[in-house]
Every structure is written in structure tokens, then in C-alpha cells.
Design a protein around this ligand. Sequence first.
Ligand code: NIG
Ligand code: FE
Length: 415
Amino acid sequence: MGKLLFNIKELLQVDNMGLSCKKGKDMGNLEKIKDAFLLVKDGKIIDFGSMKNLENSPFEDEIMMEIDCSGRVVLPAYCDSHTHIVYPGSREKEFVDKIKGLSYEEIARKGGGILNSAKLLHETTEEELYEQALERIFEVIKTGTGAIEIKSGYGLNTEDEIKMLRVVKRLKETAPMTIKSTFLGAHAIPLKFKSRKNEYVDLVVNEMLPKVAEEGLADYIDVFCDKGFFSVEDTERILKAGSKYGLRGKIHANELDYSGGIQVGVKHDALSVDHLEYVGDDEISHLKSSRTMPTVLPGAAFFLNLPLSPVRKMIEAGLPVALASDFNPGSSPSGNMNFIISLACIKYKMLPEEAINATTLNSAYAMGVEGKLGTITKGKQANLLVTKQIPGYEYIPYMFGSNLIDTVLLNGEIQ
Ligand code: NIG
Ligand code: FE
């Protein structure tokens, strides 16, 4: 059934060239058509253009449903390339501890943080985990997300890591959005292995990874390469092992210090390096000679009061930047990409055009789906968001905290 979106005030992120990402100055370019139409059929974008050309569309006869977009902005649904939405319960008690003065690392050292979620995950059934995650998926669809990457990493033993990834697999089969899965066995060092970190890395490499690969449960592999967690050497071992199974890296890097995570990620051709609060000239020059997507997670920096990633410096150096939510119970309990865009503009001085590029095309690249999502391009999946009536797209970051999304279409279906 063909659907026509008509009288669109501004159709954003139009691309007829098949771009894979936008870098540097180009990040400020956002192609748009004013007073536009867009046609969707069989889940795909089949035509779009200026309203005055609608009658010339070869598909005009196939329209079965019309959606009036007068006064509304239409853009590709967001791609959220870094989340941990399969998690049990919540961690608001730690949130209060943080208000009282404890740092993220201090909480982690006391056995809280990720280990807290791991303990609860162990006690939670696969079914219950699935239900909780599905609820979060429907929540983020409402705020305009059409694709997400989901990591394991609250299992921290073979059985529970597999349990998490099976939940992700089931979500892939049942949830209406595009999902990619990432194996993050090296998310934290379980208490049992506290002074035997190498043995834990052995377990990740020799036991968990082969099982994950055998069941085809992961698209990517991740390591928390940072102060107090895993070293460059650990990361290198895990990335090398992952590459034997065809898994590219998506690394947690340089959130807490200059960890070397960016350099090791680039060395092993990671698809993305994420967080990036600590980025200097050496990190930038490594990224410049790579195809690794620097991904900034403003929600975590906001929630933990971390120093801000030098996004302007990266863009001015000609790099691409992607943005993601990091939705997780410890450092970013929100998957609202509109808020991420607001933070990017307000705190990181990204222009609205740059922030939209970073949450659509560039974040699609960071999860390996740029060929089918992230832009308004004929043949791409019709994952679209329609705003309420607003003055223009700059209004999205400006009205932080408001829900400006009216309708979300995923694979051409209204959600
Ligand atoms: O991306 N930095 C490491 N991991 C997560 C936090 C997970 C948690 O605290 O539960 C993150 O911020
Ligand atoms: Fe994360």
C-alpha cells in the first residue's frame, strides 16, 4: 500500500548521492526540500520531491493513504548506535550516592555500578529481561528512534552474556525497528576475578566469544578500554580474537582518561570508538587516517558531569562525528535522541544541522546500516519521523525536553 506524505514544510537529510557519512565542514550541510512530498511503498522510500512535482511522480496512482504534513518537518528516524537497553531494573540508589559526592569509579570500586546490574541480571529471567527491554524500545520509538545497537555486558559470565544476547536476538525478530547486537563481555571485571583480570580476559576470548559466535549472536565486539577497567593490551587481545569471527570493534574509549582506546580501536579498524571525553591531537590524527567513526555520548557526560568531548575540534580537524544515547541504567538512563541533539547544540556547540547529521547518517554508519537508513534516499527503508507543527528544524534542539514528535513510521508502517 502506497502512502503519501504531502505538504511537508521541510523534508530534511535528502541525499541522492549515496553518501556513507559526513565529515568536517560537510557536517554543516543538511540538504532539504521545502514544501515537499514523500512516497512510501513496501516499506521503502520510492519517491520524493517538491509538491509542485507530485503530479509527475510515476507512483501517483499507487497512493492508498495520505498523511497531511502541513507545518511539519520530516526527517529520517534517528539511528542510536550505542545503547545498553537490555538491562534489569534500575539504579536510582546509586544516582543518589552520586549526588552525595561519590564518583562513577568509586561506586564501581565498591562493587556497585555495572556489577550491581550484573548481579540483578543473573537473577532475572530471559523472559523478564525481554519484556523490560521491549518496553524501552517502544519508549524510544515514540521519541523518534528507528534503529538501535544493543550491547551485552551485564552478564560477565558465559551463561548470562549469552542470555542477554539471546534477548537481543529475540528483539531483532520481534521489535519493529532495526537492531544490531554487540558482544561486550569486557564491560567490567567481576569481583571473582578482581585481582585476576587476565584470567577474565581469557574467559572472554576463549569461552564466551566462541559461544557467542557459534550461535551467531553478535554483529560487533566491544571493550570498555579505560582507566580502572580494561587496558590497551586487553583490548587488543579481544579485538584480535573478535576479528577471527568477523566481528569489528565498537569500543568504549577515553571516557575517564586518555586510555589509548582510540588508538587501539583505529589500529584494529574498529567501526566506531565511543564516549571520547579525552581526545587530544594524537587521538585526532589517528582518527583522521581511519574509517572509524568517532561517536560522542552526551547523555553520559551530562548524567555523570564528565568533561565535554572536544567535538568542535574534531569537526574542525575534518573528522565525522556521530551521536548516540548510551541508554543504560548507570550513566545515561534515557534514550531520547531529541535531548541528545539539544545537549549537542547547547553544550558541545554543534549546529542543529551537524547534530542531525550526527544522529541520522553518521550514527547509521556507526552501526553499519548507512546503506539502508539515515537519509531520505530512494530505495532506503522508510524509517521516518514527522514532527508536530513547528517553525523549523532548529526548534527541535531549542525546545529541549519538549516532545515534538507527532508520528513515527518504521518500514513504512505508522507506529
Ligand atoms: O557506556 N562506560 C561504560 N559502560 C556504560 C555504563 C554502564 C553502566 O554504568 O551500567 C557506559 O556509560
Ligand atoms: Fe556505553
